[in-house]
Design a protein around this ligand. Structure first.
Ligand SMILES: NC(=O)c1ccc[n+]([C@@H]2O[C@H](COP(=O)([O-])OP(=O)(O)OC[C@H]3O[C@@H](n4cnc5c(N)ncnc54)[C@H](O)[C@@H]3O)[C@@H](O)[C@H]2O)c1
Length: 336
């Protein structure tokens, strides 16, 4: 598998390429407009000078690739994905899938025409703890409600007073994860509270196909040195929660323990808890980057991966994001 990579910045260098290169692939070419990033990543992975490009079109024109990965930015994802698909290449793109739902639809159309796979980097589906909890939640007889929070700090968004970066780079993750858990949102309503410029709080309410309700809190007023994520799905006498992407609790319908001399924990009734053992001497990636890249490679190899976020999921997330933003402005519920 000969892979070309576009965008050798922080996220590719720290997270994606270290995980991608654990698979049996060859990083055959790379591209970045920044010469220092290009040189550093090229040297790290032994990409020959002749296969390091400043221009993505030139990399694609040079040929010799089976697939392309990218972590650049919203409009570049649209342009480079469409260009790669027109050359018959499979695509992995970091989120967001363009700067708008229209951009995501343009990528989806190109993927359909080319009959190639596009996976969008919604790796929150693949975090080990999330995956465990998703599998339980999806097994509930009723998925009655979602409650969660996904916070960040104002540092990323200073100088960006319209919060476009917050919406496109941060919020979009949960506009994939929440429907993945709860089903299609029929209606989204967002309420906003701006503590001060750059410090925005959103309470986003959902009504899902199937009757479930959801509330998601997102904001830019918490320290990134603290845990940023918590969510819970409630069914009927069962609920599953994930704290900080690493602790899962599955509550069911146990007996009261007080006054029971034989009180004990019972299989199938009492609460189950899972956490990873962080002392295992293996390169385990519980955040989900290794797993999502593996799902992409599986799809390319013709293996079924219904859990993979495709460009159809990218379109749905961008449509939900658009509905959320319109509701932030109007205060009214909006159908995605
Ligand atoms: N899923 C996640 O957890 C996660 C985390 C961080 C970032 N991301 C996403 O990854 C993407 C990149 O983020 P980042 O933090 O690495 O940003 P970054 O600025 O560090 O990296 C982007 C790189 O793209 C290069 N670039 C810009 N325009 C280019 C062009 N026209 N052609 C080729 N290269 C170009 C830049 O020089 C830079 O090296 C964003 O879309 C972001 O949302 C995802």
């Amino acid at each position: 598998m000969r892979i070309g990579w576009i965008g050798c910045g922080r996220h590719a260098g720290e997270m994606l390429l270290p995980q991608l290169t654990r698979y049996d692939i060859r990083l055959a070419a790379l591209c970045d407009i920044d010469a220092a990033n290009r040189a550093r990543i090229g040297a790290r992975y032994g990409v020959p000078e002749a296969a390091r490009f400043a221009d993505a079109q030139a990399m694609l024109d040079a040929g010799g690739l089976d697939a392309v990965g990218m972590a650049v930015g919203p409009t570049q994802h649209r342009d480079f994905a469409v260009a790669a698909l027109r050359r018959g290449l499979h695509v992995f793109m970091e989120k967001p899938a363009g700067a708008s739902a229209e951009d995501a639809r343009a990528i989806a159309a190109a993927a359909r025409d080319a009959e190639r796979h596009v996976v969008v980097g919604f790796m929150k589906r693949f975090s080990t703890a999330n995956r465990i909890a998703i599998n339980h939640a999806r097994g509930f007889a009723h998925r009655a409600s979602f409650l969660g929070e996904y916070m960040t700090a104002p540092t990323y968004f200073t100088g960006d007073p319209d919060y476009t970066g917050f919406y496109l780079h941060h919020c979009v993750h949960y506009l994939d994860l929440v429907p993945h858990l709860m089903g299609r949102p029929l209606e989204i309503r967002a309420r906003r509270h701006e503590l001060s410029p750059g410090r925005l709080l959103l309470h986003v309410d959902f009504r899902f196909d199937g009757g479930g309700l959801g509330t998601l809190v997102m904001g830019t007023h918490q320290s990134r040195a603290t845990p940023m994520e918590w969510w819970q799905v409630m069914g009927d006498h069962e609920r599953v929660e994930v704290r900080n992407v690493h602790e899962v609790r599955l509550h069911r319908a146990p007996k009261f323990k007080v006054g029971a001399p034989d009180a004990a924990l019972t299989d199938g009734e009492d609460t189950l808890v899972w956490e990873p053992n962080l002392t295992v001497a293996a390169n385990e990636d519980h955040k989900g980057y290794h797993a999502i890249l593996g799902a992409w490679l599986d799809l390319i190899a013709g293996r079924s991966r219904p859990d993979a976020p495709t460009i159809a999921d990218g379109v749905a997330a961008m449509a939900a994001l658009d509905a959320m933003q319109r509701s932030v402005e109007s205060g009214e519920p909006v159908a995605p």
